[in-house]
Each structure stands twice: as C-alpha cells, then as structure tokens.
Design a protein around this ligand. Structure first.
Ligand code: IVH
Length: 673
C-alpha cells in the first residue's frame, strides 16, 4: 500500500462528496447534472485511489456493494417500538378519528394533519450516528428486527451520510423500502422465465429482496426508499411532521411523493380523495393514505395503544387485488363461437365486490402463466376492468393441481373445435350452435350492419329468450301481435320496430355481406367483395382462389368466405331472405366500374394527432379508394404519423412500413387526385 498524503486524502474526500451529490441528484431528485459516463469515470477514479492507498471511508459509494454473504441475520433492538397503524375504511371513520383526537386533547379547534400516500413495502429503521449510517433493520415484531445494513446500503437513494448543518448525534430514521410497479412486473416476468416462483405483490417483492443473505442479489433489484418518520433522536428537536419532512429533504433523504399539510378533517378528506385519484399514475403501489397529527407535542399527549399510535390512521383505498383459489375451470362458448376458459374461484372480496369468476382469456395465457385447477392465484380487479388472474402463487402448490386442456368438441353443441394458424382463439365451427345464435342476431341487426332501429342487444335478448327469433331470418317473420304480448312493447313501439324491419329490407350488398357475420370478413372485407361481385348470387359456390385474386384479400379470409358460400344451409338461408323480401343493391360495384381510384389497393394507418380530425382524414383516404386500417400489419402501405405518435410508429418501423407525415399525405392526394 502506498503512503497517503494529505492532498490525496482531500482528493478522495472530495470525490466521495461529489459522487454522493450526483447519486442524490440522480436517485432522489431524478434530475442528474452529469452524464452516466462522467459518473462512472469519477467512480472508477475513486475506486483506484482507494485501492492504491487503502483509505476507505464509510460513506464512500464503493461501500454500497461487495459485502460477503451472511449465514444469518443478526437481531437489532429498536430503541423506540416500530408501530403499525389503525385503519379507516370510510370517510365516517376518518371523521370519528378526528372527533376522538379532539376529545382526547380537549379542543374544539381544527387540528393540523399531514396526509401522505401509504407505501406498500417494508418498514425499515436506519440508525445514523454522528451523521453516518451505522445500521439498518427491519421492523420485525416492532421491538426487535433483523440487521439488513448491507442490503440497505445497496439502495442508491439511502444516504450513507447525512448532509447539512443540523446533524443529530444519533437519529433513527424510518421509512418504507419499496419497488416500483413496473420494476415488480419486470422482475416477475424474469422469475417466471427462469422457473422461479413469482412475488404475489410489490410488498412481497421488496421484502424478499431485503431479506437476502447475499446483498449482491438485493443490489440488482432497483429498490427505493421513502422516509416518513423517526424513532429515537438525540441532539435535534423537531416540532412537527412537516418540519421533520423538510429536514429530511434537506438532509437528502427521499420522502413520500406527497406530504400535504392540512387544517381540519374536511381538508384531510379532500386530499385523501385526490391521492386516491392520482394513485394509478404513481410509479409505486399504494393501498391508502396515512393521516398524522402534525404537531409532535400533540402526538406525545395522544400517545399510543398497544401497537398503534392514537395520532395516526391509515385510510385504506379500495383494493385492486385479492388472493384466492381456482375451484374449477370451464370452457365457455361466446357469441362468436370463440371458446374462452373461465375460472370459478373461491369467492374473494376485492374493492367492495365479491369476485367468484374470472376470465382466463385463452389457452396461450393459461400456458404462459401455468394456471391449473386448484391453484392459489392473485386476482386483479382494477377500476371497471373485469377481474383477471394476475399470477399463480406456485409456492402454494400441493401437487394435486390439474392442467386444463382445450376441448376437442364444443361443450354446447358438440361440433368440432378449430384453431386457425396464427390465432390464439379456439372456435366452435357449428353455424347453428345455440351459444352463437343470439350474438349473430345482435350483429345482424346492429347499426353498422342492417341497422334495424329498435333491435338493440336488449330487445334481441328478449326476443331470443321468448323464442320469437331463433335465427336472424326470423326477424322478417315477426308480427306486431307477437311484439304486443311482450312487456317491453306497446302499440307505437311495436309498430316502429316493424317499420324499421321493413325499411332495412332495402340494403346494399356491402352492408348485407357484413351483416352475415362471416368469420374474418369485417366491414372492409365486405366492401371489397361488393366492389368485385355484382350480385350475391355471383358469390354462391365461389372458390377460394377467385377471392384471393382480389388485391388485399388474404388466404384466411378467402377460405372463410368460400366455406360460407359453399355451405348448402347458408345458401338456403340467403334464398329464404330473398323470398322474405330483401332487396339488395350494389352501388360499390358500379362505382368501381366507373373509375379507377388513385389509392385503390393501398392501406393507410394513422397515428398521433393530425391537423384535421382523424375521421375526416380517413374518409378522404377511403374516398380515393384507399383503406384506413386501425392497426399496423405487414399489409400496411403507409403509416401517417402526426404529433405524439403512439406505439404504431414503433410497429411500423419494425415492419418497415413507409412512414409519412400529414403534409406528405396531402401531397399524394394532390398529385394523384
Ligand atoms: S407512519 C406509527 N407513514 O404502513 C406510524 N407508515 O400499516 C408509523 N407505511 O408500519 C408509520 N407508508 O410500514 C407511515 N407514509 C407512511 C407510510 C407508512 C407506508 C407503512 C409502515 C407501517 C405500516 C402500517
């Protein structure tokens, strides 16, 4: 080891000071002032000097990593017990909390409270002696926790030394170690890939990462800290929670993202609601807001119960998640024939509702998440989203869990089940499958299809259940008298529906083809057919090869169309419809004959904000013969990118689709139009 000089010592100390400052700018303030490369250069320089002279200070950033793995954790006693919090589940309970406090301190005045988000992580106590981090411990049973110092040191936002001029001789700082939701999801994905058990929630992930005997694992986890309180302190007096937070910030500790000082309980409630509203945008998981009496003098008077202080309460938000068991999985046939696996759950209350079933989406999803009957699972129910299985807790497996394979036959009609190449969904191919009938009728009558006013989903369901319409052909056999027998119809409404049905008999070929609900043939596919076939009869017994000749018609849709028009039962249906008075004109076929349009055969996708409303631009594209699609695929010819383009831009780049601006599109319109 070389002999150290005073200047070298000063150099090392300056490097430590600078690096710690940059670490604080980066990890606490999220606003670095030097580049990552510059930081790495300084760090490397420090490391070299430390090795050369053996002069290693406790607050050196090099001391965050590299500790040897432990055999077990040593216990640490908390000088002041680490308490938990009482919960409030309603506004009334928050008001009762305020009333109780006023009673206890015998005051009628409005109380000052702070309101902070409740971080869903692991409570930690950091002990600093003369400004240096000495130990870090978990909460444990509240009186004694585990020494996790070397793990906590790896968290870059934890100061190794307190900065500023008001440094207490000794201070125990408390806060929550947590993991960001995105980071949590990434971690679980990785674990899933490597066959490791996944964490049920961000709290477990944070706890699992801190309770590691090998700190090099903790170092990889990207953990954060939010400091919100103190235990024992010597040498400095804090007046209030808001004072403390200010001091913590100055001393470079990360604090909760929101700490609002309020006066009176009504203000508290409005801040709580504000936090609840913002909750989904937070990078971290929060299940509530913590309300604390601001003044420490009052906190002291109020004291504590056995495990909780009387001066604080946690208002709990409606939960997003719950843990329960899958009792059974069934294959449910939807209205389009798609077969969806649905899990029947041991009922669990999540956010005020009881959840007893959850869609599993498809078999790819079942396989990806390895979901089995009998598994214990995490169910998520966020906002209006239907509940879904987030993950399986594999540690809970007993070995009796059973896999659920896709059915070979439709569980409703017994027809064959098919899965087309490149599709995730299994489908029942039975055209007369009762599970699909109502859906087909609803689609046929809908606004974008035959547009029968008064025959919305509710009425379709009523007429279907009453047996008046079993197939969409029956729509044209409906009589006013049939309708009048139903509770929802009176003279006028019944007549209106009959009139609407009559009116719909005059339709266009494009609309009619779309109404038939031919697999894969959407509105655009129907239009293409109408441009190419003058009459519906021209499509009878059509061959797939003939359809493929049409530009933009792929094999999948061509096969499906050909299958439809070669099925004798379908052809009978079409003939019956004609005999019931359906009149089909085809303006699209004629327009194709009249002019060859400049954008014929070209598909455009729009992303971002354009100077004109999107619908208007799409109409313009269509009026020139082009197709305006909603998502980018291999067959997209141009992506029109406006301001703040979305993920479509990335997709387009990946698929090497030509990207043009709105102005360039307009140039093309002018040139070709
Ligand atoms: S104050 C005596 N503030 O919630 C009060 N706790 O359920 C001590 N927590 O053990 C805690 N965010 O681990 C406080 N802003 C916050 C908090 C918070 C999360 C945790 C803490 C506590 C638990 C109680």
């Amino acid at each position: 080891m070389e002999k150290i000089t005073k200047t070298i010592k000063q150099d090392i100390e300056k490097l430590i000071k600078d690096l710690n400052y940059h670490c604080y700018r980066y990890y606490v303030l999220d606003s670095p002032v030097i580049s990552d490369e510059e930081y790495d250069r300084l760090y490397k320089h420090l490391k070299e000097l430390e090795e050369q002279y053996g002069y290693i200070l406790p607050d050196s950033p090099t001391q965050r990593v590299g500790a040897p793995p432990l055999d077990k954790f040593v216990k640490i006693k908390h000088k002041e017990p680490m308490l938990s919090l009482d919960n409030a589940f309603s506004e009334d309970e928050v008001r009762e909390f305020d009333e109780r406090i006023k009673r206890l301190i015998k005051s009628e005045d409005k109380i000052a409270y702070t309101v902070e988000p409740k971080y869903d992580g692991l409570a930690i106590e950091l002990t600093y002696i003369n400004g240096f981090l000495r130990t870090a411990s978990t909460r444990g049973d509240g009186y004694e926790g585990e020494d996790v110092t070397q793990n906590i040191r790896t968290i870059k936002s934890v100061p190794l030394r307190i900065e500023g001029d008001n440094i207490p001789e000794e201070i125990d700082i408390r806060g929550e170690v947590y993991i960001d939701v995105k980071e949590f999801e990434k971690l679980n994905k990785e674990r899933g890939k490597h066959g490791e058990s996944i964490f049920a929630n961000p709290r477990n992930a944070a706890a699992g990462s801190i309770r590691q005997l090998d700190s090099s694992i903790t170092a990889k986890r990207n953990l954060h800290l939010a400091c919100y309180g103190i235990g024992a302190v010597k040498g400095v007096d804090f007046r209030s929670q808001s004072d403390l937070i200010k001091w913590l910030e100055k001393a470079r500790f990360p604090v909760p993202s929101i700490v609002k000082l309020t006066k009176g309980i009504s203000e508290v409630i409005s801040v709580v609601k504000e936090i609840e509203k913002k909750r989904k945008d937070f990078s971290f998981e929060t299940d509530g807001a913590v309300i604390k009496v601001n003044e420490f003098r009052l906190q002291k008077i109020l004291g504590m119960k056995t495990r909780e202080p009387r001066w604080a309460i946690a208002y709990k938000f409606a939960a997003h998640q719950g843990i329960t068991k899958i009792n059974e999985i069934i294959a449910s046939v939807g209205r389009t024939g798609v077969i969806t696996p649905v899990a029947f759950l041991e009922p669990v209350r999540i956010g005020g509702v009881t959840v007893s079933r959850s869609t599993l989406h498809n078999w790819d999803e079942i396989e990806r998440k390895d979901i089995r009957v009998g598994d214990t699972v995490v169910i998520e129910r966020a906002g209006d989203v239907i509940p879904h299985v987030m993950a399986v807790i594999k540690d809970k497996r007993t070995g009796k869990e059973k896999r659920f394979n896709p059915p070979k036959k439709c569980p409703v009609c017994g027809s064959a089940v098919e899965r087309e190449e490149g599709e995730v969904a299994y489908r029942c191919i039975g055209l007369n499958c009762p599970a699909q009938a109502q859906g087909r009728i609803g689609h046929y009558a809908s606004r974008t299809a035959m547009d029968i006013e008064g025959l919305g989903e509710k009425n379709v369901e009523l007429l279907f259940l009453k047996g008046l319409i079993k197939h969409f052909v029956d729509i044209y056999k409906l009589k006013k008298e049939d309708l009048l027998e139903l509770p929802r119809f009176a003279e006028k409404s019944a007549q209106n529906l009959i009139n609407a049905i009559d009116k719909s008999k005059h339709t266009t070929l494009a609309r009619f083809l779309y109404s038939l609900g031919i697999l894969h043939a959407g509105e655009y596919g129907a239009k293409l057919l109408a441009r190419n076939f003058k009459n519906i009869e021209d499509l009878y017994n059509v061959k797939s090869e003939r359809i493929i000749e049409i530009k933009q018609m792929g094999e999948k849709i061509a096969d499906s169309i050909s299958r439809f028009f070669n099925d004798p039962e379908n052809l009978n249906t079409l003939k019956t419809l004609k005999s019931l008075g359906l009149k089909i004109s085809n303006p699209d076929f004629e327009s194709k004959r009249a002019e060859k349009r400049p954008f014929d055969g070209l598909t455009f996708v729009i992303t971002g904000t354009l100077p004109e409303p999107r619908k208007k631009v799409e109409d313009l594209i269509e009026s020139m013969g082009g197709h305006a699609a909603s998502s980018v695929s291999k067959s997209t010819n141009y992506l029109v990118a406006g301001e703040e383009p979305g993920s479509k831009l990335k997709n387009a780049k990946e698929l090497q689709v030509k990207i043009i601006s709105y102005e360039e599109l307009m140039e093309m319109v002018k040139e070709k139009g």
